[in-house]
Ligand binder design. Structure first.
Ligand SMILES: [Zn+2]
Length: 116
């Protein structure tokens, strides 16, 4: 994958609770908010990503995360982090996750990753 992967555009649909990212390689990812919330990459939700836990058997997302609902109150709850990531202020108060472009691209798009 290109090192220069980044979005050309991001569309937030608060009503459908969807985030569409139009990538600079011509692909698009459509991610629903629940998927995004449950994929939170912070140290609390996914300690193994951060090397806090090194054994494979604990690679389990807590049930509270698996069943979380992704709600955003406004488009302001979605903020860029420098030029490398997005940050979500989830309505449930969980705001730790920094989702970098590569991670967002790796998440399952609800229509499959497709050409724009
Ligand atoms: Zn988290």
């Amino acid at each position: 994958m290109s090192q220069d992967l980044r979005p050309n555009g991001i569309v937030v649909d608060l009503e459908q609770r969807l985030l569409q990212i139009n990538w600079n390689d011509g692909q698009a990812s459509v991610l629903d908010f629940d998927t995004l919330r449950r994929a939170c990459p912070c140290a609390e939700c996914r300690p193994w990503i951060h090397d806090l836990v090194r054994t494979s058997e604990v690679r389990e997302t807590p049930a509270s995360v698996q069943n979380a609902t992704g709600e955003l109150k406004s488009v302001q709850d979605l903020q860029p982090v420098g030029s490398y990531a997005l940050h979500f202020n989830w309505a449930d108060g969980h705001t730790f996750g920094i989702y970098d472009w590569k991670y967002l691209r790796s998440l399952e798009s609800i229509h499959g990753t497709r050409e724009t």
